[in-house]
Design a protein around this ligand. Structure first.
Ligand code: FMN
Length: 335
């Protein structure tokens, strides 16, 4: 086993039967998060956990309003609650958007509970490869929607081929705008980790292997990246990947504010864990919601109600797992 594989595995060791809150925080850090910046700090006490944003890990170009940052905190909070329940601690997320502090989880003792979502926490990943084209059954789509149900967020599925083709057009338009924005490419470049050594140095960012790409020595990556990271080829890749998936899901929140962005993250995390339990892969294609002008058009196409925001866009289907991504050790994010 390589050092990288060992590190990825150690992070994901199954939680022992009698674990503490630090182990719950470790499970929380395994959550999905934008560019794998891991923009969180945890404060742990017996009955109260605070999850605060780490604003030094913002990505202001792709995420100017911090939407993804708050959604990422929602993903982590959901994992935390699922892990805490296994330790007989039950709670919910309290969040006052007027208060810049962050999310508060109030925990109370209750019966220990584990379920398929808990088992899936260490196995969940974003699978950014081609999927194999097989359809997901109607029963599984319903199970995913049920698992993801959070007040204030709904899922809009895009399932039939003509609608998927229109969604491809929205993704390609968003991707084209981003690829032509030098600031976007520069910010993304900062978070790319081209080989095991780079990934192990920072234990954050987007590791080439976890995106289905070959790993390269740093000097070669610097030469090759500008040559292969081109608008046309990236657009073709996204179109092909979406067409290889069974369908797409858009997470839509009832209101466009931080509290709802957190909820959208929680709903997505639950969806992704249920998908993992069912053997279904998923990956984000957020371009149509990341470019503000295009987001309004995308919302119109989806026929959303006034006030609703399309938060997150994923494609889902069947594919073998890719290498898992890394996280910083939990001690580095617990105060
Ligand atoms: C709010 C949010 C936005 C994201 N946006 C994208 C995206 O646009 N494209 C993408 O490929 N992955 C996206 N991701 C996935 C992250 O890059 C991924 O969760 C992170 O690299 C960790 O990898 P893992 O989920 O496989 O553990 C997003 C995740 C979150 C929570």
């Amino acid at each position: 086993m390589t050092d990288y594989e060992q590190a990825a595995r150690t992070l994901r060791e199954p939680m022992p039967g009698h674990a503490g809150l630090v182990d719950c925080a470790r499970y929380a850090t395994l959550a999905a998060n934008g560019h794998n910046t891991q923009p969180w700090r945890f404060s742990l006490s017996a009955r109260r956990v605070d999850i605060r944003p780490d604003l030094s890990r913002r990505t202001p170009v792709v995420d100017p309003d911090d939407h993804h940052l708050w959604a990422s905190l929602g993903c982590a909070a959901e994992n935390f609650l699922i892990a805490a329940r296994a330790q007989s601690l039950h709670g919910d997320v309290r969040f006052d958007p007027a208060d810049d502090g962050g999310l508060v989880l109030d925990l109370e003792r209750g019966p220990a509970g584990t379920d398929d979502l808990f088992e899936a926490v260490p196995r969940r990943q974003c699978t950014r490869s081609d999927h194999d084209g097989r359809p997901v059954s109607a029963a599984d789509l319903e199970a995913l929607e049920d698992a993801a149900r959070i007040d204030g967020v709904r899922i809009v599925y895009i399932l039939d081929r003509p609608r998927i083709e229109t969604a491809v057009e929205h993704v390609v338009a968003g991707n084209t705008a981003q690829m032509q924005d030098e600031a976007f490419v520069a910010e993304l470049r900062q978070w790319l980790r081209f080989n095991d050594g780079q990934a192990l140095d920072t234990r954050d960012g987007l590791y080439a292997g976890a995106s289905g790409n070959p790993t390269l020595p740093g000097w070669l990556a610097n030469l090759v990246f500008p040559l292969v990271f081109r608008t046309g080829s990236e657009n073709d890749k996204y179109a092909r990947q979406i067409r290889s998936s069974s369908g797409m899901a858009v997470f839509v929140s009832a209101q466009d504010d931080r509290a709802h962005w957190v909820k959208a993250g929680r709903a997505y995390q639950r969806f992704a864990l249920k998908a993992t339990a069912l053997g279904i892969a998923n990956a984000f294609v957020n371009q149509p919601v990341e470019v503000p002008a295009l987001r309004a058009e995308f919302a119109r196409w989806l026929d959303l109600e006034g006030g609703e925001r399309p938060d997150l866009v994923v494609r889902f289907g069947y594919a073998p797992p890719l290498p898992m991504s890394l996280r910083r050790p939990v001690d580095e994010v617990v105060d």
